[in-house]
Ligand binder design. Structure first.
Ligand code: NAD
Length: 485
């Protein structure tokens, strides 16, 4: 019998499901059991062509609709997503292995938030009037045209919506390629947009690995590329986009610092460290994986952290009591286990976890290392799994310098009761998305994105509108034209 997660077809183009079985088969594996639950096919060159030509053709009429009309469609799509939250969350769990306890509140719901928020902004995109004596300049905020979205595997619904919603609000069309690891959820976003009234061809989904992404990025009809992925992929995609002078948004990796001063509320700081390391089994780009704890509270912090980490419930992700799921794939599990071995070899002190869980699926126990030093591999490289490194520090000056000593700059957090210090420290940290006495909140109203190697541009908030639109300025002369001859 066909598994309920199996989509009708691999791609969604011009308002309908499209198949081409000549494309390389991509198995979809449920991470909690290792069972194959679905198959899709990578896009062939013919499918890529169909998606791009459809999106190009649909864009002009979409941009000519009023912002109010476009916004109404996006807001209707948000309502449909919320009505179907349970089914969409189950699909997200099949796609990623993340526990239903999380997917019910973090995935389709945050996708719906983006559709609602950008739906609300669509009608407010206006230009300026700049008086120049009797002449004037006016500006228009225009769509970029055809946008390509490329997703990572950790938040397949959210990433499709975080890219699709602002792109469509501004009057662009989009071809979205999900990660080959999690191909299912974006298809539902495309289906729902059509149901909500979006014209066929405005939001299309094609499947495939890096080469399909590469074919989309290098096509001369494409005006903008928005990628969520790793730094090495980001460098390739940014370079390919630059070749065609295309706009980019790059949401890439991180190795973010979470700094806990000795006056912090210990339980809140432990809660922040747990949210910043173990949510989605650590597969979150903004995670605060370098937890700097001031020496005076180190042992107290570690004891409370170990106790609370012991309360994680590993198990069937479809059971709402489960609070900690598997790694997305066997490959990712092995990468993370390799980092855990490195941590042990390089002399970090294992506080809890440290191995594969004794159960089916790709589960790794939530792992905490203490006495981690700045030069250790686990303190330098993005692990993308449930491995927290706790480092000690003495002074504010020292910790800020050490926190900034990384190629990444996605996020940073500070826990302290001293608000003057909190703002000063955040002001000195090289990071795009920061937190004071909290960690990993990502409301659609706030800009999200990194500095340094962690990325270019911002998602969410009014900032995202700037990255999916451009300004045209028009000089209007009222009198005669003076010329030299
Ligand atoms: P990845 O870089 O391997 O792949 C990302 C996407 O790029 C996939 O869809 C892949 O098929 C595609 N791709 C690969 N090579 C390509 C090429 N040459 N041209 C075009 N497309 C190409 O990343 P991943 O393993 O799927 O995801 C994990 C990474 O994503 C981590 O580094 C994580 O930090 C990052 N991430 C960042 C954010 C953020 O918002 N900053 C969010 C989630 C994940």
């Amino acid at each position: 019998m066909t598994h309920p997660a199996q989509p009708k077809a691999s791609h969604f183009i011009n308002g309908e499901y499209v198949e081409d079985t000549a494309g390389t088969p991509i198995p979809v594996i449920y991470a909690a059991t290792g069972e194959q639950i679905a198959t899709v096919h990578a896009a062939t060159p013919a499918i890529v062509e169909q998606a791009l030509s459809t999106a190009k053709a649909a864009q002009t009429a979409w941009a000519r609709m009023t912002g109010t009309e476009r916004g109404r469609i996006l807001r209707r799509a948000a309502d449909i997503m919320r009505e179907r939250n349970h089914d969409l969350s189950v699909l997200e769990t099949y796609d990623t292995g993340k526990p239903l306890q999380e997917t019910l509140v973090a995935d389709a719901t945050s996708g719906a938030d983006a559709l609602e928020y950008f739906g609300g902004l669509a009608a407010s995109l206006t230009g300026e009037h700049i008086p120049l004596g009797e002449d004037w300049v006016y500006t228009k905020r225009e769509a970029l045209g055809l946008c390509v979205g490329i997703g990572a595997w950790n938040y397949p619904t959210q990433i499709a919506c975080w890219k699709g919603a602002p792109a469509l609000a501004c009057g662009n069309s989009m071809v979205f390629k999900p990660s080959e690891t999690t191909p299912l959820c974006a298809l539902k976003v495309a289906e729902i947009l059509i149901e909500a009234g979006a014209p066929a061809g405005v939001f299309n989904v094609v499947q495939g690995m890096g080469e399909v992404g590469g074919a989309l990025v290098t096509d001369p009809r494409v005006d903008k590329v928005s990628l969520t992925g790793s730094v090495p992929t980001g460098k390739k995609v940014y370079a390919a986009a630059a070749e065609g002078m295309k706009h980019v948004t790059m949401e890439l990796g991180g190795k973010s610092p979470l700094i806990i001063f000795d006056d912090a509320d210990i339980d809140n700081a432990v809660g922040g460290a747990i949210n910043g390391n173990f949510y989605s089994s650590g597969q979150v780009c903004s995670n605060g994986t370098r937890v700097f704890v001031q020496k005076g509270i180190k042992e107290k912090f570690l004891a409370r952290l170990a106790e609370r980490t012991g309360n994680a419930i590993l198990g069937d992700p479809m059971d709402e009591a489960t609070s900690f799921g598997p790694m997305v794939t066997e490959k990712q599990m092995n990468i993370v286990l390799g980092y855990i071995e490195k941590g042990k070899e390089e002399g970090a002190r294992l506080i809890c976890g440290g191995k594969r869980a004794d159960m089916d699926g790709y589960f790794i126990e939530p792992t905490v290392f203490a006495d981690v030093t700045d030069d250790m591999t686990i303190a330098r490289e993005e692990i993308f799994g449930p491995v927290m490194s706790v480092l000690d520090f003495d002074t504010e000056e020292e910790v800020v310098a050490r926190a900034n000593d990384t190629e990444f700059g996605l996020s940073a957090g500070v826990f302290t009761k001293d608000f003057t210090r909190a703002h000063r420290v955040i002001g000195n940290l090289e990071a795009g998305s920061c937190f004071i006495n909290s960690y990993n909140d990502a409301p659609v109203e706030a800009p999200f994105g990194g500095v340094k190697a962690s990325g270019v541009g911002r998602e969410n908030s009014k900032e995202a509108i700037k990255h999916f639109s451009q300004v045209k300025s028009v000089y209007v002369r009222m009198g005669d034209v003076e010329a030299a001859f």
